[in-house]
Write a protein that binds this ligand. Structure first.
Ligand code: BGC
Length: 231
């Protein structure tokens, strides 16, 4: 197989990040970032991605992690971006614009690919603007698991209790207690072998975690992009 370079892009609630990966998924050069435009409508976000490609122009294909449900390259939800994303052909539009093949997957699913071992039931949650979730069985992804908008406690959802807005509002101490409660609740539901916690706010956790729970670096959200091109 020819030596292809993958530009991996992570569209987040506060920043759009990108990095270049070699065939093995190792980074080539550093991470680049632009702020997520507000309002985060498709055209503005696409402009941001195009800007990032200028900093790493030497790519052959693109992987994009998107914060919503994806079906066949089309974005179906985007709670933390803009409602104009509902029904948007991100894969097709970006591919046409860049003249390169593009694959799009949910951001937490990509984060998971960058972290899992491939053994047993592995659950991944991400703590950032939103609450991401991804489920794998022996390395196979169960796509579009969306825990974020499910009720967690007091008729509020996981995302309402654990997203960045909640962390800011309630403070780190209370937020961490909620994270511990969420872990207990998810363990009962999924009986996972391993739970990985990623996302920008994972580094704020100072809890004593059970031995089957691991914190993963946020960079996994970019490194996992190589998995989209595995045969
Ligand atoms: C979205 C998920 C996404 C998560 C993290 C949630 O609001 O519904 O699809 O993975 O935020 O970005």
């Amino acid at each position: 197989m020819a030596d292809k370079k993958t530009l991996t892009v992570d569209i987040g609630g506060s920043g759009i990040k990108a990095m270049l990966l070699d065939m093995e998924g190792n980074p080539i050069g550093g991470r680049v970032r632009v702020r997520t435009p507000r309002p985060a409508k498709p055209e503005a976000v696409l402009k941001g991605i195009t800007k990032l490609t200028k900093k790493h122009p030497d790519f052959d294909r693109v992987s994009v992690g998107f914060p919503g449900v994806i079906r066949k390259g089309v974005t179906e939800t985007a709670v933390n971006l803009h409602r104009d994303w509902v029904g948007f052909d991100l894969e097709g539009t970006l591919s046409e614009r860049l003249g390169k093949p593009v694959r799009v997957l949910n951001d937490a699913d990509i984060q998971g690919f960058g972290a899992i071992s491939g053994n047993g039931v592995e659950l991944v949650v991400t703590l950032g603007t939103g609450f991401g979730s991804a489920l794998f069985l022996d390395g196979q992804l169960v796509p579009n698991l969306e825990i974020a908008h499910h009720r967690f406690r007091n008729s509020r959802t996981y995302e309402e209790h654990l997203g960045s807005a909640a962390l800011k509002k309630t403070g780190k101490k209370k937020w961490q207690q909620r994270v511990a409660e969420a872990i207990a609740s998810l363990e009962h539901l999924f009986n996972y072998d391993t739970l990985y916690i990623g996302g920008g706010n994972a580094r704020r956790l100072t809890l004593d975690l059970p031995s089957n729970v691991k914190i993963i670096p946020n960079i996994a959200g970019l490194l996992g992009g190589i998995a989209l091109w595995r045969e």
